[in-house]
Every structure is written in structure tokens, then in C-alpha cells.
Design a protein around this ligand. Structure first.
Ligand SMILES: NC(=O)c1ccc[n+]([C@@H]2O[C@H](COP(=O)([O-])OP(=O)(O)OC[C@H]3O[C@@H](n4cnc5c(N)ncnc54)[C@H](OP(=O)(O)O)[C@@H]3O)[C@@H](O)[C@H]2O)c1
Length: 336
């Protein structure tokens, strides 16, 4: 891998637009190309962000030898088929959350990544926020004793629009995959993979979940209680409870800059760690540095955790009666 890591963007939608400016804070990285299903959209995105090459199909960016890693920002059900084709083309990947629409899809991509020895990471930017790093350090230092429980909520009030990716079943819509992934990933980071998942909630007419409440259970009695909703705004607060205190992660916990540490018997301590850029820079730096070091996985967001989180989401979706499936290459216009 060259000293400079050359990035390509796939799916120039809302999040790609927000992430691109944060590359200004990533040393040794350059975004060189974008691929869209439409040449016009690719050209417009490239012009806005000063990119050298704009492709009107996803196949073309896979054939570009001057792209080392692709940032995949398509809808959830459009991650797996593209990622498999990209791995066959030898491209490293940063895949937006949720990693895939199904557990089987995640397992297939992860197997392919491990077999090919090509780097893949889920874009779970929460884990890279400086104050989340501090939470992990405090817990490792015993600041709140043994972590026994996590609470987290994330919700937005979105007007129902059956063709928007948030509500469309064939695009992996629903609260669980869009927002639930954050609460589940946060709990999984702190408590590990649960033995039991109990979910309740409601559906939109398209068959995707509108809201979901999850209870994650562990054989040793630890637990997480989690909420995700597209029907109502929720504060986006997380709390981590230990045997010797607790930590409040102030809203919105999926990209926080402030926590309040409550050590048993001590005054609350407010700790702020600002993000770089909008907060996406940290995950982009991680991928760039992993590639420069020749790693095939991130230690902060390992593929085993991605698979465990996807499995929890899949078990919850099943209980709610949501039938997600992976999209085919045809849903992204045919590619290689
Ligand atoms: N990290 C974060 O803060 C954050 C925030 C929002 C979203 N996300 C994640 O980013 C991903 C994309 O979300 P978004 O809100 O940016 O979605 P979006 O605005 O709908 O953009 C997705 C893009 O994917 C491409 N695409 C490929 N196949 C498609 C298909 N069959 N139908 C529709 N679009 C298709 C489209 O671009 P072309 O047709 O031009 O190729 C579209 O612009 C999701 O995984 C989401 O969870 C992350």
C-alpha cells in the first residue's frame, strides 16, 4: 500500500456529502474518485469536492487501479453485494453502518474479507469519538467498577415516505438498522455479545420497524435496555452503570463530546473531548492508518463485533416481523 492512501466514494448521497469535508483532517489520505449510478450525479459530486475522476457506474470504480479503499455509502441492503464485488477486485472497504441488511450478508462479507486478507471496517464512527475513547479508558481503570448495565436511546421524528431509504424494505429501512445499530453497538462495545435478545416495537406499512425497544441479556445477570425510533424524537442519551458509579454520555451519545463521570461517593466530573471536524475524521484516520500499517482489521471496530451487532439486529428484526434481505447487484445498476 502506498504511503498516501487513495480513497473512492460509492453512493454520493446525504452521508457522503457530510463525510467528505472531514478528509481535510486526515493525513496521508486523498479522495480521488466517486462512483454513482448516474454520471450526472457523479460529476456534480466530484465538482463540489474537487475530485479527479467521476464514474457513472459502480463497476468503473472497481476497475480503477488508483483507488486503494472505497467508502461505501449506499443504503443498507446495497452494502453486501457491492462489498463482495469490491473484495474480489482487491479494494479495501469502509462500509457505512449498518454493515449489511442481514446477519447472513454480514457473515458472507466478513468471510470474504478474511479469506482475501483485504481490510474491511464498519463505519461505526461512535467508537472513534475522543470522549468514547475516554469512556473505555475510565472503565479499564476501574473508575465505575464493573460495568453491569447500559441504557441508550436514539430516535428521530421522520415523516413517513415509503420511497425514502429509511422506510423502504428493499433498501434496508427501519429504525433498527438506521438507529438501533448505534445503541446495540454501544452496548456490545461495553458488555460484549449478549446471550438473549428480546424486542418489541411497531412497523410502518412498508414492513420496516418504526420503533424498537430491546432488552439484551447476559448469563451473568448483566443487561442493556435500548430504544430506537423513527416515529419520535428521543434525546440520544446513554448511561453506563457500574458497581462503583456510572457515566452519563450526553446527547447525542452516538457522536458525543461530553460525559459526566459519577464515581461513588465523589462529586460528578464533567469531561469534554472535542471531535476533529464533524467527527467522521477519526474513523477515516483509523482506516488510513490501518492500511498504511498493512493491517486487515481495526482493533477498535473489529469484524467480530460488527457480526455480533448485526446478529442482535437480525434477531430483533425477526421478533418484530421485519423481513430484511440483501439487495442484488441489479439494485445498484449491474457491476463487475
Ligand atoms: N455515519 C452517519 O452519521 C450516517 C448518517 C446517515 C446515514 N448513514 C449511513 O449511510 C448510508 C447511506 O445513507 P444516506 O442517508 O446517505 O442515504 P441516501 O442519501 O439515500 O444516499 C444513498 C446513495 O446510495 C446510492 N444508491 C445505490 N443503490 C441505491 C438504491 N438501490 N436506491 C437508492 N440509492 C442507492 C445513491 O447514489 P447514486 O444513485 O448516485 O449512486 C444514493 O444517493 C446508510 O448505510 C446509512 O445508515 C450514516
Amino acid at each position: 500500500m502506498s504511503a498516501e492512501i487513495r480513497w473512492g466514494v460509492v453512493g454520493p448521497g446525504r452521508i457522503a456529502e457530510s463525510v467528505l469535508p472531514d478528509f481535510a483532517h486526515v493525513p496521508h489520505a486523498r479522495v480521488t474518485a466517486v462512483a454513482s449510478r448516474s454520471q450526472e450525479r457523479a460529476d456534480a459530486f466530484a465538482a463540489r469536492h474537487g475530485l479527479e475522476r467521476a464514474y457513472g457506474s459502480y463497476a468503473e470504480i472497481l476497475a480503477d487501479p488508483e483507488v486503494d479503499v472505497l467508502y461505501v455509502a449506499t443504503p443498507h441492503a446495497q452494502h453486501a453485494a457491492f462489498s463482495l464485488a469490491a473484495l474480489r477486485a482487491g479494494k479495501a472497504l469502509l462500509v457505512e453502518k449498518s454493515f449489511t441488511a442481514t446477519t447472513a450478508g454480514a457473515a458472507e462479507v466478513i468471510d470474504a474479507a478474511r479469506r482475501s486478507g483485504v481490510f474491511v471496517m464498519e463505519a461505526m464512527w461512535t467508537r472513534f469519538q475522543p470522549v468514547v475513547v475516554t469512556v473505555n479508558e475510565l472503565i479499564a481503570d476501574g473508575a465505575i467498577g464493573e460495568v453491569r448495565s447500559v441504557q441508550a436511546d436514539l430516535g428521530v421524528s421522520r415523516e413517513y415516505d415509503p420511497v425514502d431509504r429509511l422506510f423502504a424494505l428493499d433498501l434496508g429501512g427501519g429504525a433498527l438498522l438506521d438507529l438501533g445499530v448505534y445503541v446495540v453497538s454501544f452496548a456490545q462495545m461495553l458488555l460484549g455479545t449478549p446471550q438473549r435478545v428480546v424486542a418489541t416495537g411497531s412497523l410502518f406499512p412498508t414492513g420496516v420497524d418504526a420503533e424498537a425497544a430491546l432488552l439484551l441479556g447476559y448469563d451473568d445477570g448483566r443487561a442493556a435496555t435500548l430504544l430506537a425510533s423513527l416515529r419520535q424524537a428521543l434525546p440520544g442519551q446513554a448511561r453506563v452503570f457500574g458497581t462503583a458509579g456510572w457515566i452519563d454520555v450526553l446527547p447525542r451519545f452516538h457522536h458525543p463530546d461530553t460525559i459526566v463521570l459519577h464515581r461513588a461517593g465523589a462529586d460528578p466530573e464533567r469531561i469534554t473531548r472535542p471531535q476533529t471536524g464533524v467527527g467522521y475524521a477519526h474513523e477515516l484516520i483509523e482506516v488510513t492508518e490501518c492500511l498504511r500499517a498493512g493491517r486487515t482489521e481495526s482493533a477498535v471496530m473489529p469484524l467480530a463485533d460488527t457480526l455480533a451487532v448485526q446478529d442482535v439486529l437480525g434477531r430483533a428484526a425477526e421478533q418484530l416481523g421485519v423481513r430484511h434481505a440483501e439487495g442484488t447487484a441489479a439494485s445498484m445498476a449491474p457491476f463487475g
